[in-house]
Design a protein around this ligand. Structure first.
Ligand SMILES: [Mn+2]
Length: 364
């Protein structure tokens, strides 16, 4: 059951009351279907513990401070029945339903990726036209895995069953069965290997309600080795942070960070990295989120029209907090005659972010 009665232990000491909070953090410590190396059940507790010692509340990237610029209530960890995926999903769905009915944004810390399905079930009911932005090394689009329909390897297929065509947008994918790589673009958008198209997709989504699911194994294992199914050839921390900035202005109605397995990285770097990403994600989400704004059928038609008219104008990602040195590099490359596309590629930034910097601060 969802604990609304006060913080027990919390991420970075964030201690808004449940009533005041705009974002409600919940841990979903479940790794019952993990096929390779287990341990994600330990992630929420490990991240809270790490945050007490190893991370600042201030972000020099965004010049914002969690204690000042966000209102987060940490509801602690859900009690999930080990070994019973369907029951665990029911508990998650019920708790997330309560959070959104109270007009707040759920931010879930997994857990293995299957936990996402519980949240998506709850949020899809309240948000017609829900879309998912999914960052992951794995497509997770198998219809079944070793005969099981509920698995960390099938989670996006189950979400697809709920949401239908054209609602799931995957980035960074570099592992899966062949059948997961030949899905028609009309069903599922998929960028292989990198996330550089995230900015353009974020713009196209218009005001559609979006669930953001971050499987930490999208990162290269050299950045985050503590995960159940590491895949070489992943993105950098900087790539991922640039992707976060593209989420500004997107109508995010729920999100998760999953697949950290702290026990698989004795150095502890993976947990520290996950905490830093959680801080940045909360800060990206904090200014833009208006509680309850996404409910209603208007959001569904926004998703439809966004897919039909890609040029639809909307809030652009705010790049004002992009490090000055990076903005300088963009301008310097532009003045050397590079096209925006080439600049984005060479700096590993989303093209939308480069476009925006050059629009706001033309070189020379
Ligand atoms: Mn994955």
């Amino acid at each position: 059951m969802l604990n609304k009665n006060g913080n027990i232990q919390n991420f970075l000491g964030l201690n808004a009351s449940y009533a005041d909070a705009r974002i409600v953090l919940i841990g979903a410590p479940f790794d019952g279907t993990t096929s390779n190396r287990p341990g994600t059940r330990f992630a929420p507790a490990a991240m809270r513990g790490e945050s007490a010692y190893g991370i600042e509340s201030y972000s020099p990237y965004q010049d914002k401070d969690l204690t000042r610029d966000s209102k987060v209530y940490d509801a602690g960890d859900l009690v999930l029945p080990k070994g019973f995926p369907a029951l665990a999903l029911d508990v998650i769905e019920e708790s997330v339903s309560q959070i959104i009915e109270d007009g707040k944004m759920p931010l879930m810390i997994g857990g293995e990726h299957l936990v996402t399905l519980g949240a998506v079930r709850a949020i899809a009911k309240k948000n017609p036209g829900l879309c998912i932005i999914h960052l992951d090394a794995h497509a997770d689009m198998r219809d079944e895995f070793f005969g099981e329909s509920l698995s960390h390897a099938t989670v996006m297929r189950r979400c697809y069953d709920i949401l239908g065509d054209g609602r799931i947008f995957q980035f960074g994918i570099r592992s899966g069965g062949r059948e997961e790589f030949v899905l028609p673009a009309s069903q599922v958008f998929q960028q292989k290997f990198r996330i550089s198209e995230l900015g353009a997709i974020a713009k196209k989504l218009g005001g559609a309600p979006v669930y953001f699911s971050l499987d930490l194994d999208v990162l290269d294992p050299s950045v985050l080795p503590g995960t159940g199914t590491p895949e070489a050839g992943g993105i950098s921390f900087e790539d991922l942070f640039a992707g976060f900035l593209c989420l500004r202005g997107v109508n995010i109605v729920g999100c998760d960070i999953v697949e950290l397995a702290p026990n698989l990285d004795a150095s502890g770097v993976s947990t520290a990295t996950a905490c830093k990403l959680l801080r940045e994600l909360i800060l990206v989400l904090s200014p833009g989120f208006v509680a309850g704004s996404a409910a209603g059928s208007a959001a569904g038609s926004a998703a439809d029209s966004a897919r039909e008219s890609p040029a639809k104008e909307r809030d652009l990602p705010d790049i004002s907090d992009m490090p000055a040195v990076l903005r300088g590099e963009i301008k310097s490359l532009k003045s050397k005659g590079l096209a925006n596309e080439e600049i984005a590629r060479s700096l590993k930034l989303p093209k939308a972010a480069v476009d925006l910097v050059l629009e706001l601060e033309p070189p020379g």
